[in-house]
Design a protein around this ligand. Structure first.
Ligand SMILES: Cc1cc2nc3c(=O)[nH]c(=O)nc-3n(C[C@H](O)[C@H](O)[C@H](O)COP(=O)(O)O)c2cc1C
Length: 202
């Protein structure tokens, strides 16, 4: 099958890409509105894209009403967010926070999440998340008709001491039980090391 994206609907493009570009890490993003209301939501259009500067990327689609989702609104207004990574024990709580709650509702309260203060940014981090990345907006790219792409600079990170070697700074993402998203209808996968390869030298 060969498909030309121009000939497909938005939903078909989503289905095909979200079901093939897998597994995707999940950014469980905490933000604050300009008025100070907290917000938590998961985003799997997410990855690291640079180490110097340390950058992550997020893709926020428009909400059903066609407007910006609360996470995107808050990041554009305050220029700050925290990416919390999702471990298997937190998967159900993460799923609760994707609810389409109005801006005045903090999904952290709905999901019974404990929050802890961040060091360098105003939005708090999620207690129990093995890794939290404190980010400042680096650049936002409007991608009409349906998306806002957000580049964030990671200015600080917190890793649970159990999952990082203090001497080498090597993290253990498998011990963290981090989860990945595998398709758009509620599928998730565990990560594990199946193969280890040495890089070739020419
Ligand atoms: C695992 C998971 C990943 C998601 N990834 C995205 C994403 O990358 N982009 C997006 O726009 N919505 C994504 N969603 C849907 C949002 O979480 C959902 O629309 C949420 O209500 C947005 O909340 P907000 O308005 O508070 O930002 C995802 C949902 C789940 C459960």
């Amino acid at each position: 099958m060969h498909l030309t994206m121009d000939a497909l609907s938005r939903a078909e493009c989503y289905k095909l890409l979200a079901g093939t570009v897998v597994p995707r890490p999940i950014a469980w993003i905490s933000t604050r509105s300009a008025a100070g209301v907290g917000n938590v939501a998961p985003y799997s259009f997410f990855n690291m894209i640079s180490a110097a500067p340390p950058l992550v990327v997020l893709g926020a689609m428009r909400s059903a009403s066609g407007g910006l989702k609360d996470t995107a609104t808050n990041i554009l207004e305050t220029r700050e967010f925290v990416v919390n990574l999702v471990s298997e024990p937190m998967l159900e709580a993460m799923n609760l926070t994707c609810i389409d709650a109005p801006p005045e509702v903090d999904e952290a309260t709905l999901a019974g999440l404990a929050m802890l203060p961040s060091e360098l940014v105003t939005p708090p981090r999620i207690a129990g998340s093995p890794v939290s990345l404190e980010c400042r907006l680096y650049q936002a790219i409007d991608a009409p008709p349906g998306s806002t792409i957000i580049l964030g600079e990671v200015v600080a990170m917190t890793i649970d001491d159990r999952f990082v070697d203090a001497a080498t700074l090597r993290p253990d993402p498998i011990a963290m039980q981090l989860m990945g998203r595998v398709h758009g209808v509620g599928g998730y996968t565990r990560i594990q090391t199946d193969r280890t390869l040495q890089r070739p030298v020419y």
